[in-house]
Ligand binder design. Structure first.
Ligand code: GLN
Length: 535
């Protein structure tokens, strides 16, 4: 049997230190040394998955090929490691408790009192073992959500303590990510928050093997020694995680301070050759790019960029391939009117309407789409964005002024977007949308075909409503091209316009499959068309 290694990454002091990027960057470096790696995210909240949470609470819901609604950190993992995750790569406390309670109801515990220790902790450890086994990797990185000291994350930390007991010492590692702030008044880097955070970790019986310290300047040796002394590690196990301007620099910075080498040493893994030149070249080239274009993102959660994490990443990847920096202009469509739309969009080279739910802000989206269509500004509509483009066309080109989606007006006489047949019997909320990867056939000679360079694609979905086929013929006669269909020809997956430089809508979420190594073809071509328009 393969000897598998486990790296646990915990976070301390404050949230938002970038545990997801840290795991992704480390994973990328280990993969670049020829190791097979996967990452598991453990989320301490009680929701079974983030699918039912508001974007204000949780940011984006990241959908995997197998249709799981997961934490947005899985997006970072996929983008950095260039591998596809599954529902096994994300577990929440809610999922663990749910499974344990179901087992209890079946009588599987044979009369035992069901407790956090050992039943919940065993179930957590089962998940960690199982993702490694299923993916047959050399190394499993486990990211523990939340901050050490939270009541919620205690069972997870306890589970890890037990997990480590069962394996030889050099098969597991705990890396603790902390913050070492610089206090200007004292002209000093402060180590106390790190000391306290490690204290909390040690209280539960977890001694970190390494500290990864977020800092805005390199840690001098005396600071590393002090942290080491108080936290019971050696100074060389205190690693600088320097602030960088671009997240893609993080792996390069880790490689520079030999973080990955130290990890391999401690796990007693062979130091294979590191192969990151392609990544380095890409990042360095992008850093030198000096032209910029502005693209409008017309959505609802615009003050909350976490809701559009993958879209932002996809634009970065597309920018890298087009040698341009894409500046996003966030437009709250609740504030867009027929009067101000031209002014609000006068300085942009492209207009994107992303996915979303609910009626709020829809009319503003329709004004933005009309503006893009009539002024021949490149337009990209994703999921709700496609649905709105179809509504706009039906209203303003076919002249059916009350056309709508039944999501927003159940009584419209022109339900050009309506509930999918398979959704009509759905009563429960969690995990019941049309989710995950489905195949799609493209029409020859369309912009979609040109972008993908092939006719058969598969993309990820998360929706309940769809294009109403009763309007297909009329819309096609009026110049709308149905450029992508489900293989049985029943579901409209992509649309575009004949008489427009680049007006494309898709029912799926292409942003979920964009990678640093490979920009998504639709984002790449949308950015290229926007560049062309900008000229
Ligand atoms: N609200 C729409 C639907 O459920 C669009 C969903 C989305 O944009 N992800 O079909």
């Amino acid at each position: 049997m393969k000897k598998r290694k486990y790296i646990f990454l915990t976070g301390g002091v404050v949230s938002s230190l970038g545990k997801g990027i840290a795991c992704s960057s480390l994973g990328f470096l280990l993969k670049s040394r020829g190791y097979k790696v996967t990452i598991l995210k453990l989320d301490p909240y009680i929701n079974v998955d983030p699918g039912t949470m508001s974007p204000y609470q949780h940011g984006e819901v990241y959908v995997t090929d197998d249709g799981a609604e997961t934490d947005l950190d899985l997006g970072h993992y996929e983008r950095f490691l260039d591998i596809s995750m599954t529902r096994d790569n994300n577990t929440t406390a809610g999922q663990i408790y749910y499974e344990v309670i179901q087992k209890e109801r079946r009588g599987d515990y044979l009369g035992a009192t069901v407790q956090v220790i050992p039943h919940i902790t065993d179930a957590i450890n089962e998940k960690i073992l199982s993702v490694g086994k299923k993916t047959n990797v050399d190394i499993v990185i486990v990211e523990i959500g939340g901050t050490v000291g939270d009541i919620e994350s205690q069972p997870f930390l306890e589970a890890i303590r037990q997990f480590r007991l069962k394996l030889p010492a050099d098969d597991t590692l705990v890396v603790h990510l902390t913050l070492v702030p610089y206090i200007a008044g004292a002209n000093e880097l402060k180590t106390k928050p790190t000391q306290h955070s490690v204290m909390r970790l040690r209280e539960i019986g977890l001694q970190p093997d390494m500290l990864l310290c977020r800092t805005d300047r390199p840690l001098p040796d005396n600071v590393k020694q002090k942290i080491g002394l108080f936290c019971n590690v050696s100074a060389n196990e205190v690693i600088d995680a320097l602030d960088v301007s671009l997240i893609y620099e993080v792996p390069l910075q880790y490689a520079k301070v030999k973080f990955d080498e130290l990890i391999l040493n401690k796990l007693r893994l062979e130091k294979r050759k590191l192969n990151i030149e392609e990544w380095r070249n890409k990042v360095e080239r992008y850093q030198k790019v000096d032209r910029t274009i502005t693209i409008a993102v017309c959505g609802k959660y615009v003050e909350l960029h976490d809701a559009y994490k993958s879209i932002m990443a996809a634009f970065e990847h597309a920018g890298m391939e087009n040698d341009v920096r894409v500046k996003l202009k966030w437009i709250n469509t609740e504030e867009i009117t027929e009067k101000n739309v031209a002014q609000e969009l006068s300085d942009v080279s492209g207009i994107l309407v992303p996915g979303g739910f609910g009626e709020r802000g829809i009319e503003g989206k329709l004004f933005a789409i009309r503006y893009a269509r009539e002024n021949k500004i490149p337009f990209f509509g994703i999921c709700l964005g496609l649905q709105c483009a179809v509504i706009e066309y039906t209203r303003n080109v076919l002249g059916k002024k009350d056309a709508n989606s039944t999501e927003f007006d159940p009584n419209t006489t022109n339900p050009v977007i309506h509930l999918m047949e398979t959704q009509k019997s759905v009563k429960r909320m969690g995990g019941t949308m049309r989710l995950g990867s489905y195949p799609c056939k493209l029409r020859t000679g369309t912009k979609a075909h040109k972008a993908y360079g092939k006719l058969e694609i598969a993309e990820r979905h998360r929706h309940r409503y769809e294009f109403n086929n009763s309007y297909r013929l009329e819309l096609e006669e009026a110049g709308m091209i149905i450029s992508g269909l489900s293989p049985d020809g029943d579901l409209v997956e992509m649309i575009e316009l004949e008489d427009h430089p680049w007006f494309v809508g898709c029912q799926f979420h292409p942003e979920l499959k964009s990678r640093v190594a490979r920009a998504h073809p639709l984002f790449r071509d949308f950015v290229a068309a926007s560049l062309e328009y900008g000229k």
